[in-house]
Ligand binder design. Structure first.
Ligand code: CMC
Length: 416
């Protein structure tokens, strides 16, 4: 085993070095605690490995994203979302027999509890779907016992997250809930629960089903991002799986993470409403004091391109073409991308369109309201969160508990 040497205040420390299966190197600093009181400092965890994981590999410089060894480009085009969910959670693509069983297991657990549906109907009509989703997922823990096998909880979460999101939407519109149908695939079922009537023969157009399937797959996992790390953090306290997933939904909600898809559409809308002068907004994004960022641009890990964005840019053209939709926001998005890719500020900082840049335009063409976009991300990400929770649970990981450097006042006397 190789060793890294750290010299601190004249004392030398040997720290073990190890590698991942793609050759990534890690310096294991865990032993430093026993020998020194110095901590490592990395706010925002820009260069801190929090775990070893066999779920997803990303090479941000090369724009590589692979789940359990399979490239996102292959999965997005060839697989169905339920297969990818199985791959992420259980480590392998299912055989034909396993897939039939997995789909049947999901269908056996796809009905949201009647009382939870009632709860959904009591939220105010303007409630954000992410607030409803996180609340109802946390509330599932009050209906289902910890004593049940974890696989049953997993099936419920994977299948019911779609129905909860759809029910949140329908309830906000005063529409009756649509229940899932066993014979439909995951994406078609979800679209029917959103846009079909409870008794209607609404058939989901194939092009929309395929687009939804791909959108779910490209969101399915992304290793130690903010929400997945949150799921691991909460799970590390041995909180139940529903509490851990609800925490993931909350972390995803913010505009710097999954909430960016909503923020992108709102930004494009604002630019359009302001006469379409995208160059003005580009200049604003470069001025720090403006407080404005180009939403859908930049990524902590990808420094060349986001492979998910490339897939979605193409899917966006296909879906809009198929639907015959001419969306002026797509032109603004393409223009913004074009000038950003040539702009020194963006080149220097390696800022490229991310997964959220084009997804909103597709969602909008499909008929989703803007405040549903982040909930769609959460449906896709559920298998990824579960895969990480399960992996960590199997390892019996230690509770996550970072250190800090204290910068407050020193001891002072309480005023008499
Ligand atoms: N527009 C303008 N400037 C930006 C942007 C942007 N979107 N993103 C980063 N920068 C600048 C930033 O001001 C900083 O400049 P300087 O070095 O001069 O101070 C530099 O680029 C590095 O930015 P950072 O905030 O330190 O980078 P980070 O790795 O902490 O943040 C990010 C990554 C994704 C939060 C950030 O790029 C951002 O806020 N993007 C917009 C929100 C967004 O699209 N989020 C979705 C991410 S992908 C979906 C997912 O979460 O998985």
């Amino acid at each position: 085993m190789s060793v890294a040497k750290l010299v601190l205040e004249g004392k030398e420390y040997d720290l073990p070095v190890f590698s991942g299966s793609e050759g990534e190197t890690a310096i294991d600093i865990a032993s430093l605690r026993a020998k020194s009181t110095a901590i490592t400092f990395d706010p925002g965890y820009g260069n801190t490995g929090s775990c070893q994981s066999a779920v997803t590999f990303i090479d941000g410089e090369k724009g590589i994203l692979r789940h359990r060894g399979y490239s996102i480009e292959e999965l997005a085009v060839n697989a169905r979302f339920t297969e990818v969910a199985h791959l992420l959670i259980y480590g392998e693509l299912p055989t034909a027999g396993q897939l039939t069983q997995w789909r049947s297991d999901l269908a056996d657990h796809d009905q949201v509890h009647q009382q939870l549906l009632q709860m959904i109907s009591h939220f105010p009509p303007a409630a954000h779907p992410m607030g409803i989703l996180s609340s109802i997922i946390a509330a599932m823990s009050t209906y289902y016992s910890d004593d049940e096998p974890v696989d049953v909880h997993i099936r419920r979460l994977v299948s019911q997250v779609a129905m909860i999101a759809a029910a949140a939407y329908r309830s906000s519109r005063g529409l009756p809930v649509v229940f899932p149908r066993r014979e439909l695939g995951y994406a078609a079922n979800f679209l029917r629960m959103m846009f079909g009537g409870p008794t209607s023969d609404y058939v989901v157009p194939k092009v929309l089903e395929d687009a939804m399937n791909m959108l779910l797959i490209v969101h399915a996992d992304h290793e130690q991002n903010c929400s997945t790390s949150t799921v691991r953090m909460v799970g590390s306290s041995q909180a139940n799986i529903y509490a851990s997933m609800a925490a993931g939904v909350c972390a995803l909600w913010g505009p710097l993470h999954g909430g960016a898809n909503q923020a992108v559409l709102e930004m494009l809308d604002a630019i359009h409403a302001d006469g379409g002068d995208y160059k003005k907004y580009m200049e604003m994004a470069k001025r720090k004091d403006s407080g404005f960022r180009l939403m859908g641009f930049g990524h902590r890990v990808y420094k060349n391109f986001d492979p998910r964005a490339s897939l979605l840019k193409k899917a966006c053209d296909d879906v809009l073409d198929h639907l015959g939709v001419l969306d002026p926001l797509l032109d603004i998005a393409k223009n913004l991308e074009e000038i950003a890719l040539k702009d020194e500020f963006f080149i220097e900082r390696k800022l490229y369109p991310n997964v959220d840049f084009y997804s909103g335009i597709i969602y909008r063409a499909m008929g989703f309201p803007v405040n549903m976009f982040t909930a769609l991300f959460a449906i896709g990400r559920m298998p990824g969160w579960i895969a990480h929770w399960r992996e960590q649970d199997a390892e019996g990981a230690r509770i996550h508990r970072p250190r800090q450097i204290y910068t407050g006042p020193n001891l002072r006397a309480y005023p008499k």
